[in-house]
Design a protein around this ligand. Structure first.
Ligand code: CTP
Length: 427
């Protein structure tokens, strides 16, 4: 049953540039005799007063023709995907529009790609996952700014309910299970009872096994990158999905407690005013994996074909406890340096997530120790009259250690220390 609401007032809340774009696109559609809608996440988030820069337009008419005509006016860059009947228009300022023709989808098997046929807006909305994502706002003619709602999406949004549109939805596309959990955690929404039942059934029937490990990992990653990763993991556990990611993952109160420290440690890092490039979601993944043994971590890395850097981060979890106890047992700058030298920033953060009392040592390392370098080199030793040999390295390392520990400071002191060291050793 179709419901329409005038929400043009709300549309006025979006930025002028996007609004102008909608009006222009709407006018073009009208002149071509097409109905034009914006759909999906943008509409959902607009109604929740949140911004979403994903602009998904659908056209009742010829979507590709519409995209071509729109691009003529806007002079952006147009990529056309004939086999899907879709186009992506990228404007000069980077704004991106996904444009599609309204369509119906038929799935011929679990998790297979859908067969697509043209359809009307109602069918296009019905092929989607949840009622809250099946809302459209019309952008053409007199209907500009009308919310089109066939499946009570608006009410579900207001009540905080996630409702699947059809019974086979999760068999058609098991990734929707992860989407559902992501929306539930992001917005604090609840599953409507029937939807909860459908998720349970689908999971029990192993639909997640149908996903390639690559896709499965991407869905996990999306959840860990979302607003509330801990809630997302809790939901994975509640719905018995964690075991599909790995049967070796332990997620209990202690782990959850550990994960809550991630935010704290990230706040602390900000106060240092250093800039690092890293992905926060990796910290949650490390916490998730922490506790696995070497064989299990290795299997995990292999199963998901993780890249070198990510694999190393996960292997690091195996060393964490040792590193912490060594770090606790020393006050020497040089020892702190040599313990932390090989760590990536994610490793150091995980270390603090596990034991925040070590923050001063990590801070010292990040702010000072890791920059300390010596000016003397093998050349100096040769100048002292020695032939190159393996002791060169030991001698230079001794200088660096002395410098780290603050025993020497400048070039001259380095040279003296070096000469002294070599003479004492009687090389
Ligand atoms: N969609 C769907 N089933 C999927 C993926 C997407 O039905 N497996 C539909 C939903 O209507 C969704 C729209 O396609 O709103 C756009 O998908 P996408 O941009 O991937 O997601 P968003 O809903 O915008 O979510 P997010 O905020 O996480 O990007």
């Amino acid at each position: 049953q179709e419901k329409r609401y005038d929400i043009s007032n709300r549309l006025n809340l979006i930025d002028q540039k996007t609004l102008d774009l909608f009006k222009r696109a709407g006018a073009l559609a009208e002149s071509l005799g097409y109905n034009l809608y914006i759909v999906g996440g943008f509409v959902r988030d607009l109604l929740l007063s949140q911004t979403n820069l994903d602009l998904d337009l659908v056209v009742e008419g010829d979507g590709i023709e519409f995209a071509r005509r729109l691009n003529k006016e806007l002079r952006g860059e147009l990529d056309i995907y004939h086999e899907f009947g879709t186009a992506v228009l990228t404007l000069e300022d980077g704004l991106k529009l996904d444009i599609a023709t309204t369509r119906v989808e038929y799935y011929s098997g679990i998790a297979s790609l859908p067969e697509v046929e043209l359809g009307c807006i109602q069918q296009d909305l019905f092929r989607r996952d949840f009622s809250i994502n099946a809302l459209a706002i019309q952008l053409n003619g007199h209907s500009f700014g009308q919310l089109v709602d066939y499946f009570n999406g608006r009410e579900d949004l207001e009540r905080g309910i996630i409702r699947l549109l059809h019974n086979f939805s999760l068999y058609d596309d098991p990734t929707r299970i992860f989407r559902g959990l992501r929306f539930a955690s992001r917005y604090g929404f609840k599953f409507e009872p029937r939807t909860k039942e459908l998720i349970k059934q689908a999971v029990n029937l192993d639909v997640i096994e149908k996903l390639s490990s690559n896709r499965l990992f991407t869905k996990l990653q999306l959840g860990l990158q979302d607003k509330y990763p801990i809630k997302f993991i809790n939901l994975l556990k509640e719905e018995n999905i964690l075991i599909y990611i790995s049967k070796d993952i332990i997620w209990d109160e202690d782990k959850e407690e550990l994960a809550t420290k991630v935010a704290e440690v990230l706040e602390w890092l900000k106060t240092l005013n250093l800039s690092f490039k890293f992905d926060e979601w990796v910290l949650y993944l490390m916490v998730l994996i922490w506790g696995m043994n070497h064989k299990q971590v290795k299997e995990f890395n292999q199963k998901f074909n993780l890249n070198k850097n990510l694999s190393y981060r996960l292997f690091f979890t195996l060393e964490l406890d040792n590193l912490i106890s060594n770090l606790k047992g020393t006050q020497d700058n040089s020892e702190i340096y040599y313990l932390l030298e090989g760590c990536a920033i994610e490793d150091l953060l995980l270390l603090l997530i596990k034991d925040f009392t070590l923050k001063d040592k990590v801070k010292l390392y990040l702010e000072e120790l890791r920059w300390i370098d010596i000016k003397v080199s093998g050349e100096d030793i040769i100048e002292f009259g020695y032939k190159p040999g393996p002791f060169f390295q030991d001698a230079l390392k001794a200088v660096k250690k002395a410098k780290l520990d603050g025993k020497i400071e400048n070039h001259k002191e380095e040279q003296d220390y070096l000469r002294n060291y070599i003479e004492k050793r009687g090389e």
